[in-house]
Design a protein. Structure first.
Length: 168
């Protein structure tokens, strides 16, 4: 289990990777849009992101992991620098978009990610590289993508949804 990424991978059930991608798409399709829309601009604490920023973050993080997974799968395992997730969130302007557009984009990215990982063979999935400062396999990165979404949906459910219900 790769260090750091284990926090996300452990959130994914004991399923094959492509099934995990399918389950994650189903999770997105079953989101309560009315409840999410009530949370427009809301944060659960000072200096925390809005749910729109959270969805954009999940999408951005997935794109970065897919890029790195592709490089590792193709044999380019060179050290990749870290990312400034705060800067990405700040400059994405997600709060100017609709919840629907953000989730539609995330589903599109997820389908593309599923397709990418579906075409990696076993040898490619086992290849590793340095992602930030941690050695991680291509397969683990796929599970980290799905687990990262689960992590943020849990935060939305536990910390944001109760705020919407108070406003009703």
């Amino acid at each position: 289990m790769p260090e750091y990424f284990d926090r996300y991978i452990n959130l994914v059930g004991d399923v094959e990777l492509l099934d995990a991608f399918d389950n994650s798409i189903e999770q997105l399709e079953n989101l309560d849009f009315k409840l999410l829309e009530q949370l427009d601009g809301v944060t659960y604490a000072p200096d925390k992101w809005t749910i729109k920023t959270l969805f954009q973050h999940v999408t951005d993080f997935e794109r970065i992991l897919c890029y790195r997974a592709l490089l590792f799968a193709r044999g380019d395992a060179n050290l990749r620098q870290g990312i400034d997730e705060g800067l990405l969130a700040e400059t994405a302007k997600a709060d100017g978009r609709t919840i629907e557009s953000l989730i539609t984009e995330l589903k599109s990215v997820r389908l593309a990610s599923r397709s990418l990982f579906a075409n990696f063979d076993e040898e490619m999935l086992r290849r590793t590289g340095m992602n930030w400062k941690y050695e991680v396999s291509v397969l683990a990165m796929g599970f980290a993508i799905v687990g990262h979404q689960i992590h943020h949906l849990d935060i939305i459910r536990e910390r944001y949804f109760p705020l919407a219900r108070k406003q009703i």
